[in-house]
Design a protein. Sequence first.
Length: 155
Amino acid sequence: MDSKGKIRNSASLSKILSRIRRKKRVVFTNGCFDILHMGHIKYLERARSLGGILVVGLNSDASAREIKGKGRPVNRERDRARVLASLYFVDYVTIFGEPTPANLIKTLKPDILVKGADWPAEDIVGGDFVKSRGGRVARIPFVKGYSTTGLLKKI
């Protein structure tokens, strides 16, 4: 499947995952992924290693701006989605416009929810829902020295 085929809306992706889930665990993570760097790559590779299918929920331009502030995101949502979808270890990308992925998580019903280790376990949006369905929440440490904010300051 080419990278365009990996980008799906939540409704079509939910149907696909309901079939896949019978054979493979679905891993979900989310973020802005504005300027992709080595920290993102290692994080996503590690997330993928936790299950059979990796789904990335991508903040829309509006929600990324709300979270990151004026001047962000640097790259448009469609461009960010295509870059993520081009990675062999990312199986699907879906864009969401809400401030949090709570509704998306309820729609996609992942088996494993992944966030960065900087998030306290009790603050991970959707964690209680995933656990209530027999799933689990995993926290992955960031790679030191890599951040989009740091890159932008350097530039």
